[in-house]
Design a protein around this ligand. Sequence first.
Ligand code: NAD
Length: 315
Amino acid sequence: MATCLVTGGAGFLGSHLCDELLRRGHRVICVDNLETGSLANIHHIRRPEFVHLNIDIITPYFVDEPVDFVYHLASPASPIDYLRLPLHTLKVGSHGTHHTLGLAKKHRARFLIASTSEVYGDPQEHPQRETYWGHVNPIGPRGVYDEAKRYAEALTMAYHRQQGVDTAIMRIFNTYGPRMRPHDGRAIPTFLRQALQDQPITVFGDGSQTRSFCFVSDLIRGMIALAESDIHHPVNIGNPREFTLLELAEAVIEITKSRSQIVHEQLPTDDPQVRRPDITLARELLGWEPQVELREGLRRTIEDAGVEALVGAPT
Ligand code: NAD
């Protein structure tokens, strides 16, 4: 049994990670100040191997027991959050990552950072391999998230090279599943919420921009495999099947048997035109690839989350 510290453990991905680590027999320390997460995501976990510490990682923090793995997921992640919290987002990526790497160093723990495909920005290479350095607008509204993650990756490599910390960098591509927030602004929860209420589905631009969508159970399996490997360089984890936003909207309408019509809205600033991971490294080094295809994942999301949770309270 290992002790795993999960920052951001009360968030969407973090809470699924806590569940899976506990299922595999590990002890979990969840560090989360509930800035964008929720106690509702971990409410079901009632066992002695799990503890939640309400700590803001922007200030230095410590734990008093041995830690074997540190999964560093804490960060605003949805555009709606990092546009609302630009300075907080930069501080979590910088100070928060410093403090968490320092903790991993002190405990001689293996450290994994949840980085993002957004480090590639609006990519000039397609699909994106880990060797691609990205095309990011540092001063645009999304820059606070993209650059915080790029800084956090640089910091992670510096702790590895200079301080000998055992680190891993996971570049996560769009992930979906139960516990997404209905109003967090990302495409799948928005389309599901709209379709389940027969409301117009709002596609940005002409809908020809592409994304790749990974079901959460696939993602968490990849995350643990990377943490338990000895790899230090970045690894993409995501589903390489690529969809246009229009195709996604049509799949959602089909699965929900909705009467919704598709309407078009203005593209947000610096919205990437394409997004698809090259997962050769994950396949070769981890033996990992996604198993859940989009329509199956959408069905499971609706079944597991329930319509009420996906529709949410009116805003
Ligand atoms: P989320 O917002 O649901 O979870 C983030 C968690 O971090 C929340 O529970 C929040 O309360 C916590 N947090 C934020 N600031 C904190 C602070 N200062 N101190 C302590 N806790 C804090 O987001 P998510 O979708 O679960 O994303 C988790 C991680 O994965 C993020 O680092 C994100 O950048 C990365 N990621 C997610 C996706 C995706 O598709 N969901 C894609 C790429 C990368």
